[in-house]
Design a binder for this molecule. Structure first.
Ligand code: KIV
Ligand code: ZN
Length: 515
């Protein structure tokens, strides 16, 4: 069967997005979900980049046994060795080496000659080949590389043992026809090309990443590198869900298929969005909240008569429930559990108890609980379960003639109760100042946005914020029917991420113990 290898780089290129930072447990959770999604390859990280990246790749290699687990390395001996150390326990390990090949990068960045680049590429592939069979090579900025030189590099690395050669459109510059022609040119001009799988890796700076990837598949590429929700460096990478569903829905046109279990797409999308902290835009193809919603009367009429009139995919095929079952305060634990299972969530008894309690509290405030409410509730539970500092209580006093004042109580790393109060320019500012007095980690709030998860005055509000500390950005999200509480939760989420990356502040101000 003609199959396209799906190479997921959510945990590497996706995590490279500004503001995205995942801890090891979160990476493992995503990797396990990618295994359920049945991607062929997981690029789990860039082991030489940091000890955290190394440990995450190692943990994924040891625990996620289905897909190929790949570690990225730049073309230096130490990086290749670190990639091998990180992936060597995988059931199916791969090392992915990259080195720039365009004149622009060679002249302005690397200041190396073409001969040096050619030699290093060959040597590093040979070094990796000494460790394992499955070696991938990427000439970075390939789409802006002179084709004749690109052919030479590809021939040399295949000769040295590369089993996959990846053609990155690193800066999202290529146009579909042009990129397709580049792939065709590679097949015609690289004599040993049939000894390797040709892969593509497209960025989305001009919004063409998916179009370029699909055109490359038409030209013979049989691996696509992509990310869930299209996240990644700058404007992101080609979106996995869009490529997979395009190949499936238009098999008549494209031909090859993938091994992806499309029914896991929606759940994977939400998991990545919740853990990375990037909301999915409502009109996003395949996974946006409007992707299967029909608003106009004519469209609704058509869909009711025959869904084929305005729907080219069955929502069930991407893992949406399809029907809108309504839960409310009279619903029991069983209905709650069944609905969550239909949405693709499985919980331990303890997690279920906690989520059900949160559901009942929500049902007291909100008459009808929709699937989006449930997803927001579950995401909130998942976010808070593993936090170092937990928000226990928040109370504000504000108004047009009073000084905004906040009282905050947190549960600290050792279960200690911490409480403080602060004045601010507004209620959110007052809360953040009170939390800062307790946690004592200097940072700057750079973004704050609030949106409602569903319609209506009793809707859940979701707050997304970004804070910066020591040149690094951290995103936080929080959801609650009260947007002031949601703001406090979002701040705790961002601070906890910061602490997970940086470790606790050694010289924190002494904390005030409550009571
Ligand atoms: O965009 C790019 O060129 C990359 C390489 C490391 C493959 O991410
Ligand atoms: Zn990239």
């Amino acid at each position: 069967m003609d199959k396209v290898v799906v190479f997921d780089t959510t945990l590497r290129d996706g995590e490279q997005s500004a503001g995205a930072a995942l801890n090891i447990d979160e990476k493992l959770e995503i990797a396990r979900q990618l295994e359920k999604l049945r991607v062929d390859v997981i690029e789990a990280g860039f082991p030489i980049a940091s000890p955290g990246d190394f440990e995450a790749v190692r943990a994924i290699a040891a625990q996620v046994r289905g897909p190929v687990i790949c570690g990225l390395a730049h073309a230096q001996a130490q990086a290749v060795d670190a990639a091998w150390d990180a992936v060597k326990d995988a059931a199916h390990p791969r090392i992915h080496i990259f080195l720039s090949s365009s004149e622009i990068h060679l002249f302005h960045q690397l200041r190396k000659s073409r001969e040096e680049i050619l030699r290093t590429s060959r040597d590093m592939v040979a070094r990796a080949k000494g460790y394992l069979e499955d070696v991938e090579f990427s000439p970075m900025d390939a789409s802006r590389t002179e084709p004749a030189y690109l052919y030479q590099i590809l021939e040399a690395v295949i000769e040295a043992g590369a089993t996959t050669v990846n053609i990155p459109d690193t800066v999202g510059y290529a146009a579909p026809g042009e990129f397709g022609a580049l792939i065709e040119g590679i097949f015609k001009n690289v004599p040993n090309i049939r000894k390797a799988v040709v892969s593509v890796h497209c960025h989305n700076d001009l919004g063409l990443a998916v179009a370029n990837s699909l055109t490359a598949i038409q030209a013979g590429a049989r691996q696509v590198e992509c990310t869930v929700n299209g996240i990644g460096e700058r404007a992101g990478n080609a979106a996995l869900e869009e490529i997979v569903m395009a190949l499936r829905t238009r098999k008549d046109f494209y031909g090859p298929t993938t091994g992806v279990n499309t029914r896991e797409i929606y759940k994977t999308s939400r998991l990545v969005s919740d853990l990375i902290g990037f909301a999915v835009q409502p009109n996003k193809a395949i996974v946006g909240s409007n992707a299967f919603r029909h608003e106009s009367g004519i469209h609704q009429d058509g869909v009711l008569k025959a869904s084929i009139t305005y729907e080219i995919m069955d929502p069930k095929d991407v893992g949406l429930a399809g029907s809108a079952l309504v839960l409310g305060k009279l619903s029991g634990r069983h209905a709650f559990k069944v609905r969550l299972e239909e949405l693709g969530y499985t919980f331990s008894d303890e997690e279920l108890n906690r989520s059900f309690l949160a559901f009942k509290q929500l049902a007291d405030k909100k008459k009808v609980i929709t699937d989006r409410d449930l997803e927001a509730l579950v995401a909130e539970e998942m976010r808070t379960a593993s936090q170092t500092y937990q928000l226990d209580h928040v109370q504000v006093s504000c108004g047009d003639h009073s000084m905004p004042t906040a009282t905050v109580r947190l549960i600290g790393p050792e279960g200690e109760i911490l409480a403080d109060a602060a004045l601010g320019t507004g209620p959110v500012d007052a809360i953040y100042k009170a939390i800062n007095r307790l946690v004592g980690v200097p940072n700057q709030l750079t973004e704050f946005s609030v949106k409602s998860v569903t319609e209506g005055i009793d809707a859940i509000g979701e707050v997304t914020i970004r804070i910066e500390s020591e040149g690094r950005a951290y995103t936080g999200r929080g959801a609650a029917t009260d947007i002031i509480v949601a703001s406090a939760k979002a701040y705790m989420n961002a601070l906890n991420r910061l602490l997970a990356v940086r470790g606790p502040e050694p010289e924190r101000k002494p904390k005030r113990k409550a009571g």
